[in-house]
Design a protein around this ligand. Structure first.
Ligand code: ATP
Ligand code: MG
Length: 435
C-alpha cells in the first residue's frame, strides 16, 4: 500500500518500510547517491536517497514508485525526514525538456497550465479553492436552503447583451448563461430558498485582473425576504467560508505568504454604506474618473462604481462593506425600485477590503408585472424574450430577492492573488481559451 508523504513524515514511521508513489520534483545526482525529492499526488514532498546506479536514468517529472526505510536526517529538506530507497519502480521517464523550471514568465506558466498545475503554489491554491467551495455549499445546506441546477444554455440575457456568448443551438440562436438568477427565481415558488453553483459566462472585452470569461457563480434566491435579510445571509456566508478556510488551510495560506491576521477578524456585521455616501466619499478624496474619450472628470451621482472607486472606498478598511441603494439607471431591469426613494434600487454590492472590489451583488427583484415590463422596454429589450419570466409576476408573484457571489473574486481576496487568473486551474479570458 502506498502512503502519502505527509503521513510518512512522522515519528511513527521511523525505521519502517514504506512505499511512496509520485513524481521527481527535484533531483541532485552526486557521485555515489542520487537525492530525489518526490512529489506525491497531493503535492506533498519527501526526499528519497538512492545509490546512483539505480537512479541514473531519472529526469524531472518522471513518475516513480519508491520503496524504502524512513529515517530522520536534519539535512533533509522539508522537515528532516527522508527515505533510504531500496526499490525504485519507474512508470515513465519524463522528457528532458520539461518546460517549467525555477523561473519563467507568467505568460509561459499560463501557456503550460496543464503542467504548471504541478507547482506547489498551484496545489496550495487548488486546495484552498476546494475548501472555499466546500464551505460555501455547507453554509447553504446547514441553513436549510435547497440546492438546484439551472441550465447553462439559455435564451435571455440577464446582465446585458454586450457580454453574451452566442451559440448555434440546432436551428436557432442561444447564449451561454451569464447568471442562473432568472431560473432560481422560478424555483422559489415551489422550493423556497434555493441556491446553485454553476459556471457563468461573460464575454468581458477588456483585460482586467478581476474578470474571467467563465467563472464559478454561487447564487441564491428566496421568497418573502427583505434587503436586510439578504445582507445578513451574505455576511454570514462569507464570514463562515473565511473562518473555516483559514483554519483548515493555514498551511497552504502560509505557503502563499498570505497574512491572515485581518481575515481572522471577518465576522458580521459588515458596514452598510449608501450609494450617495459612497459618491460623497469618493468626491472628497478627489478621485477623478476616466471617460470613454480618455478625459477625466469628477465622479457624480449616477456613475457606476468602477474598480478605482471601489478601491478608494475600501483601501483602509479591513472588513467587507455593502454599498446599498444604487440608482436604477445603473442596475439591471429586474432590480426593485425603493418605494420610499423613487429612482433608487433595493440592491447592494459587497466590496472586499483593501481594494479587492466587488465580490457579491444582489437585492430585491421587481415583482410587479407592470413595472417590470416597463423596465424591460426601457432597457431596449423585448418583453417577448422574457415571457416565461413575466409569468412569475402574473401567477402568484411575491416579494423576493437573492444574490450572486463570484467564487474567484472571493478566492482572489482570500489568497491575496494579484490576478484572478491565479485562482482557477484553467482560466478563460478574451485572449485565452487553451489549455
Ligand atoms: P463587475 O461590475 O465587477 O463587472 P458585475 O456587476 O458584472 O461585476 P454581477 O453581474 O452582479 O457582476 O455578478 C455577480 C457577481 O459575479 C459579482 O459580484 C462578481 O463576484 C462575479 N462576477 C461578475 N462578473 C465576473 C467575471 N467576469 N469574472 C469573475 N467574476 C465575476
Ligand atoms: Mg461585469
Amino acid at each position: 500500500m502506498s502512503v502519502r508523504t505527509s503521513e510518512v513524515k512522522s515519528l511513527d514511521y521511523i525505521g519502517k518500510e514504506v512505499m511512496v508513489r509520485g513524481w521527481v520534483y527535484r533531483l541532485r545526482k552526486q557521485k555515489e547517491n542520487a537525492f530525489v525529492l518526490v512529489r506525491d499526488d497531493r503535492g506533498g514532498v519527501i526526499q528519497c536517497v538512492f545509490p546512483i546506479d539505480k537512479a541514473a536514468s531519472l529526469t524531472i517529472e518522471s513518475s516513480i514508485e519508491v520503496t524504502g526505510i524512513v529515517t530522520q536526517d536534519a539535512r533533509a529538506p522539508e522537515g528532516g525526514y527522508e527515505i533510504k530507497g531500496k526499490n525504485l519502480k519507474i512508470y515513465n521517464i519524463a522528457g528532458t525538456d520539461y518546460p517549467i523550471g525555477e523561473y519563467q514568465s507568467e505568460e509561459l506558466l499560463l501557456d503550460k497550465r496543464h503542467l504548471a498545475m504541478r507547482m506547489r503554489k498551484m496545489v496550495a491554491i487548488a486546495k484552498i479553492r476546494a475548501t472555499v467551495l466546500d464551505y460555501g455549499r455547507r453554509w447553504f445546506v446547514e441553513s436549510g436552503w435547497m440546492e438546484v441546477t439551472a441550465p447553462i444554455i439559455v435564451k435571455g440575457a440577464v446582465e446585458g447583451g454586450s457580454t453574451l456568448f452566442k451559440l448555434k443551438y440546432f436551428n436557432e440562436e442561444a447564449y451561454l448563461s451569464q447568471s442562473a438568477q432568472l431560473y432560481l427565481e422560478a424555483m422559489i415558488f415551489s422550493l423556497g430558498p434555493v441556491w446553485s453553483l454553476t459556471p457563468s459566462f461573460r464575454a468581458e472585452r477588456s483585460r482586467t485582473i478581476r474578470h474571467l470569461a467563465e467563472f464559478s457563480h454561487l447564487e441564491a434566491e428566496a421568497p418573502w425576504v427583505t434587503l436586510e435579510d439578504l445582507l445578513k445571509v451574505q455576511e454570514q456566508l462569507v464570514s463562515y467560508v473565511i473562518q473555516n478556510t483559514i483554519r483548515e488551510r493555514a498551511a497552504e495560506l502560509a505557503y502563499l505568504r498570505r497574512d491572515i491576521v485581518e481575515l481572522k477578524k471577518i465576522e458580521p456585521p459588515f458596514e452598510r454604506l449608501t450609494y450617495e455616501k459612497a459618491i460623497e466619499i469618493i468626491k472628497s478624496k478627489g478621485l477623478m474618473i476616466t471617460q470613454e474619450d480618455g478625459s477625466k472628470r469628477e465622479i457624480q451621482f449616477g456613475d457606476d462604481l468602477n474598480i478605482d472607486s471601489e478601491r478608494e472606498l475600501t483601501k483602509n478598511v479591513t472588513k467587507p462593506i455593502f454599498v446599498v441603494g444604487y440608482p436604477l439607471s445603473i442596475k439591471p431591469f429586474y432590480v426593485k425600485e425603493n418605494p420610499q426613494h423613487r429612482g433608487n434600487g433595493l440592491a447592494a454590492d459587497m466590496l472586499a477590503p483593501r481594494g479587492f472590489g466587488e465580490i457579491t451583488s444582489g437585492g430585491l427583484r421587481e415583482d410587479n408585472i407592470v413595472s417590470i415590463t416597463e423596465r424591460i422596454k426601457k432597457e431596449g429589450l423585448d418583453p417577448a424574450a422574457y415571457d416565461w419570466y413575466l409569468d412569475l409576476r402574473n401567477y402568484g408573484s411575491v416579494p423576493h430577492g437573492g444574490f450572486g457571489l463570484g467564487i474567484e473574486r472571493l478566492m482572489r481576496w482570500i489568497t491575496n492573488a494579484e490576478d484572478i487568473k491565479d485562482t482557477v486551474p484553467f482560466p478563460r479570458t478574451i485572449s485565452r481559451v487553451t489549455p
